[in-house]
Design a protein around this ligand. Structure first.
Ligand SMILES: *Cc1c(COP(=O)(O)O)cnc(C)c1O
Length: 245
């Protein structure tokens, strides 16, 4: 039995070479996160990367990982250490909320964008989950998130989460447009999230976290007030195409 367990663990251990590469990448990102602002959480986005990559950073002390696909997250959560804090950051279909809520030790769902999804998550969850509400700050049709044009459902969701539920309203999240991300100056989409936070904090007596910033724009995001950044390719390298798409 011991031999079997050891074989299982060795399957998810990285090679020394890959581990050194990932640790170097992570440390470089972490130091630029830290020099951009204090107390910012760095979530390592490991979607489409093997569990052995996650183990390399886990062995280095990293605990916050982000995943985009419910099935992939389920499989990884099952085989990886139980003190990892998983963030679901992918687009969330109502029909998948139930499966997502069952993931072992799910720390946060960052992409709730409808009241009915919050309700589905609540119905299926067995322990506390931090919730971030996704905002479509760039008003792009293909992007998920609550619209800034009509805040009614966003307000309803916040009021629902402020009730007596194991779901904890942690903050708001956005991706923003590519053009804003590459503009070089202040990011207008991030600025919109900051303005929204101020209004919501005033209305609801909250101190909402801001999850914004990815590989291309996390330094800008932190300078504008991000408390949590989601960085993938700068740590893990380019991702393979998903399912050949
Ligand atoms: C993939 C993804 C990231 C990480 O993107 P990189 O550009 O690789 O850093 C961050 N946030 C969300 C929502 C993502 O889907």
């Amino acid at each position: 039995m011991l031999r079997g367990a050891r074989r299982l663990m060795s399957g998810i251990q990285p090679t020394a070479e890959r581990a050194a590469e990932l640790v170097a990448n992570y440390d470089k990102v972490l130091s630029s996160v830290e020099s951009a602002g204090p107390n910012v959480r760095l979530v390592a986005v490991s979607k489409l990367k093997p569990s052995s990559d996650i183990m390399a950073l886990y062995n280095h002390g990293v605990r916050h990982f982000g995943e985009n696909y419910v099935q992939e997250l389920q499989a990884k959560a099952k085989e990886l250490p139980k003190d990892i804090k998983w963030h679901f950051i992918g687009s969330l279909q109502t029909g998948k909320c139930k499966d997502l809520a069952k993931v072992d030790l799910l720390y946060a769902v960052e992409t709730i964008d409808a009241l009915k999804k919050a309700k589905k998550l609540l119905n299926a969850c067995t322990s506390a989950i931090n919730v971030f509400l996704q905002i479509n700050t760039s008003s792009e049709e293909q992007k998920a998130g609550y619209s800034l044009g009509d805040l009614l459902e966003l307000h309803e969701t916040i009021e629902f989460l402020q009730g007596d539920t194991p779901l904890r309203l942690a903050g708001i999240m956005t991706i923003g447009s590519i053009s804003q991300s590459t503009s070089g100056g202040e990011n207008d989409d991030f600025a919109k999230l900051v303005t929204l936070k101020k209004g919501l904090d005033e209305k609801y007596g909250t101190n909402l976290e801001l999850s914004m910033g990815m590989s291309n724009d996390y330094v800008t995001a932190i300078k504008q007030g991000a408390t949590s950044v989601r960085v993938g390719s700068s740590i893990f390298g380019a991702r393979p195409p998903r399912n050949g798409h």
